[in-house]
Design a protein around this ligand. Structure first.
Ligand code: NDP
Length: 450
């Protein structure tokens, strides 16, 4: 089937899914699922709107706002909002498409969606951020609701922005309801939601390490990219489990721990404060001593020998050459905190290394970063029951969900993909097949395809 050629990111995500389905026995056993693929790859609805707001100087500013409501077979549309100057329909369609299958993997009742705006929070005052969030939500609020579509945060959208948007929804619609997740704890938020994507990623990788018989995080060297929500909590959990975190980065460059140096929780907390103020990593107080700052660079070719690599910044942040360097330097586990963190050529390098001696193991974001949306689903459940769970209860459910996703990915890879004796199962294929089956079977039951 054909798609608009001007959607490179969506094409990439679509082709990645299709390639794994084609390389399995799924279509041989169920040729009817080709029809399902054609239907599931077109969004149910796309909303585009104008956002007009006023900056601090009294000037009129205009941005483009979007919500891609991709699939609602499994539940209300669910997926984050991204505020970044690069946001366009191709990026939101890729994110929304992957979100469908990720949400299916969690086993919770959530459809797939994504949205956002080409607004750049950098260099804006807090008042400008508030005015933009309110203007954005005044338009979006017509199209969402606790039983219809429940957005969350993503790049450029954290607790502060969710608060402003929740307030705008409440005033505009005269309703207090669980219409957004990632809310403040006193007004409907869930404990562990801020931590959930990073923690969930680490829980998933713990299963990879154990399954491969390579011990635990203790003593392993971990390269992480990004320094936002996902990277921060990924780093903190790795450190808690006894690993050495050797890198973090942002859109301006990367910080590499030199020699015996390693990021501590105090370092990560300082970086969190810098990022909350929308400042670059050059502001990090240790940047020149133990931590080398390399402007304009990503960490992968600068980290030396690492056991684990966790891309956690943005899409296409690991190239073929960077993947080759990581493999050459002994990486054993690669798992995406970011969505589509690896270029297809990089995935091909990791998947080839999985089949070769030494068995590098790669996990796609659809599976490994599903912890965030999983706890968003638990936040929705708490909002519906008007009852807050303890941190322990949420964390336990998160751990269980990540374990289920891992086991489901293994089971589907083993069931549908031929493998050599002793080869690690493909987590990309297993995750894609498991998510796809769950969604298209629900769509079939509901008459979306036949
Ligand atoms: P944040 O906005 O908190 O942080 C994003 C980080 O990535 C920042 O360090 C930012 O640098 C960096 N970054 C953003 N764009 C680029 C770019 N084009 N090139 C290089 N670096 C970039 O976002 P999150 O941590 O929430 O999201 C990170 C990734 O995780 C995204 O891919 C997102 O889709 C994914 N994700 C997030 C979930 C969540 O719950 N938040 C859930 C599942 C996936 P700078 O500060 O300089 O802009």
């Amino acid at each position: 089937m054909s798609h608009l050629p001007a959607e490179p990111e969506f094409e990439q995500a679509y082709k990645e899914l299709v390639a794994t389905l084609e390389n399995s026995s799924l279509f041989e056993e169920h040729p009817e699922y080709r029809t399902a693929l054609n239907v599931v790859s077109i969004p149910e609805r796309i909303i585009q709107f104008r956002v007009v707001w006023e900056d601090d100087k009294g000037n009129l500013q205009i941005n483009r706002g979007y919500r891609v409501q991709f699939n609602s077979a499994l539940g209300p549309y669910k997926g984050g909002l991204r505020f970044h100057p690069t946001v366009n329909l191709s990026i939101l369609k890729f994110l929304g498409f992957e979100q469908i299958f990720k949400n299916a993997l969690t086993g919770l009742n959530m459809g797939g969606a994504k949205g956002g705006a080409d607004f750049d929070p950098k260099g804006k005052s807090d008042s400008e951020i508030r005015r933009f969030c309110e203007a954005f939500m005044r338009r979006l609020c017509q199209h969402i609701g606790a039983e219809t579509d429940v957005p969350a945060g993503d790049i450029g959208v954290g607790g502060r922005e969710i608060g402003y948007m929740f307030g705008a929804y409440r005033k505009e619609r005269n309703k207090w309801e669980g219409v957004l997740t990632g809310k403040g704890l006193d007004w409907g938020g869930s404990l562990i939601r801020p931590e959930a994507t990073g923690y969930g990623l680490v829980y998933y990788v713990e299963h990879m390490i154990a399954h491969a018989g390579k011990g635990s995080f203790k003593g392993k060297r971990v390269a992480i990219s990004g320094s936002g929500n996902v990277a921060q909590y990924t780093a903190l959990k790795c450190i808690e489990l006894g690993a050495t975190v050797v890198s973090l980065s942002d859109s301006t460059g990367c910080l590499i721990a030199e020699g015996d140096a390693a990021f501590t929780p105090a370092h990560v907390n300082e970086i969190a404060a810098i990022k909350l103020a929308r400042k670059p990593l050059t502001q990090f107080s240790n940047a020149t001593a133990q931590f080398k700052y390399i402007p304009g660079a990503r960490p992968w070719v600068h980290v030396g020998k690492v056991d684990i690599a966790l891309p956690s910044a943005t899409q296409n942040e690991v190239s073929k050459e960077e993947a080759e360097t990581l493999v050459k330097n002994g990486v054993q586990f690669v798992a995406e905190g970011s969505n589509m963190g690896c270029e297809q050529a990089a995935i091909d390098v990791f998947e080839a290394a999985r089949r070769g001696k030494g068995g590098v193991w790669y996990a796609p974001g659809k599976a490994s970063n599903a912890g965030g949306v999983a706890v968003s689903g638990l936040e929705m459940a708490q909002n519906s029951s008007r009852f807050n769970w303890t941190a322990e209860r949420v964390d336990e459910r998160l751990q269980q969900i990540m374990k289920n996703i891992f086991e489901l990915s293994i089971a589907n890879a083993e069931r549908y993909v031929k493998a050599e004796e002793g080869e690690l199962p493909s987590l990309v294929a297993g995750g894609n097949i498991a998510g796809f089956l769950k969604v298209v079977q629900a769509m079939h039951d509901q008459g979306d395809w036949w």
